[in-house]
Ligand binder design. Structure first.
Ligand code: SF4
Ligand code: SF4
Length: 365
């Protein structure tokens, strides 16, 4: 079965028993503190029940097959060209990347990883049915009610670091997870029991918004990934400056992790865009100009199948307004003035904030 899974193109495969996750109680406490923010689907009673018992997600479930795909430290848009590193070693705006460069989380520089996992997990389900015709399977890719990192640790794929990411000693943490639940009783792998974080706390110190409130406890409401991707409404004003030029997601707590210092670069990144698919401009002003010219329908056509489609046109423009407000670069002013005319109240409000930030920075008032 492991061979069949690896033949589907996964980098790691592990087998965990379909038992209650080890961190079910921590998960309940996390929800009780509202750390999930607007992601209310996570707190729904039926979703919680399924998360704390995989048999609620798939009746008769006996094994969770956990898979991973490595995107690596230099995830690309799909071509061979290397994307400049945006490693940040300071809090706030990443000056070394260029003042108008939009920073995008590595995994998002390409195809929507959900689509890639779904295709490969369907292949794996077919391979399983070829070996065991009566097997029942159900796939999940992080949107599903499965505590995936918990099961991944149980399946021996790594440990959960203080930054809440799953880390594997030779791979680091630049990989995504997908799961196939099945009623087959497959021999489980040895769990990964060691905590290799030791006394390190680099991720907690480096987080620009203090979102890692305790070891392995993340207040998503403060996390830039949540604020720029999952949050639908207005970004809290007190967190906007710390977002810097991060337009979609954030990798800081992975960039500073010593276990990512030598993480491998996959030869063929799994989320690469198909040749010829347009990539966003690597300039916040140009990107904003492009988006302002698109209506919602044309935005969908332009970004369909990419991770960047998730926040929608208004969400991306909101994020760009914050990034442009943080640049301190006067060349951002014309496009910000156009943004305050946009049809979206969300965009207008963030552009107004950005213009005000420029004004106070320049006048000191
Ligand atoms: S992704 Fe960024 S904002 Fe979120 S916890 Fe990590 S460093 Fe903090
Ligand atoms: S930066 Fe240090 S504490 Fe944080 S996840 Fe990596 S090893 Fe663990």
């Amino acid at each position: 079965m492991r061979t069949a899974a690896l033949q589907c193109g996964f980098d790691q495969v592990g087998f965990a028993p379909a038992e209650a996750p080890l961190h079910a109680q921590e998960y309940r406490e996390w929800l009780s503190q509202d750390f999930h923010g607007e992601m209310s689907y996570m707190g729904r009673p039926d979703a919680v029940a399924r998360r704390v018992d995989p048999r609620e997600a798939l009746s008769g479930c006996r094994t969770i097959i956990v898979t991973s795909l490595v995107y690596g430290p230099q995830a690309s848009w799909g071509g061979a060209a290397a994307i400049p590193e945006e490693h940040a070693d300071s809090r706030g705006s990443d000056e070394r990347s260029g003042r108008r460069l939009p920073v995008i989380a590595r995994y998002a520089k390409g195809r929507d990883y959900h689509d890639v996992f779904e295709t490969r997990l369907d292949q794996l389900a077919s391979a399983i049915r070829a070996l065991a015709p009566n097997a029942i399977t159900k796939r999940y890719v992080d949107y599903g009610p499965v505590l995936e990192r918990d099961h991944a640790q149980r399946a021996g794929l790594g440990w959960i670091g203080k930054n809440t990411m799953l880390i594997e000693p030779t791979l680091g943490s630049y990989f995504m997870l997908g799961e196939l639940l099945t009623d087959l009783d497959l021999p489980p792998d040895e769990p990964f029991v060691a905590d290799r974080c030791g006394t390190c706390d680099r991720c907690m110190v480096a987080c620009p918004t203090d979102a890692i409130v305790a070891e392995r406890s993340l207040d998503a409401r403060r996390c830039i990934s949540y604020l720029t991707i999952e949050l639908k409404g207005s970004i809290p004003v007190d967190l906007r400056a710390a977002i810097g030029n991060r337009i979609f997601g954030c990798d800081i707590c992975q960039e500073v992790c010593p276990w990512n210092a030598d993480s491998p670069v996959p030869e063929h990144g799994p989320f690469g865009l198909a040749p010829g698919r347009p990539v966003p401009p690597d300039d916040m002003v140009q990107w904003s100009t492009e988006l302002l010219a698109l209506d919602e329908q044309r935005f969908r056509a332009r970004y369909e199948g990419t991770a960047l489609s998730r926040p929608g046109r208004a969400g991306l423009l909101r994020n760009l307004a914050v990034g442009l407000g943080n640049t301190g670069d006067e060349t951002a002013l014309p496009v910000l003035r156009r943004m305050i005319e946009d049809e979206s109240e969300l965009v207008r409000e963030h552009a107004q904030w950005a213009l005000e930030r420029h004004r106070t920075e320049n006048t000191g008032s």
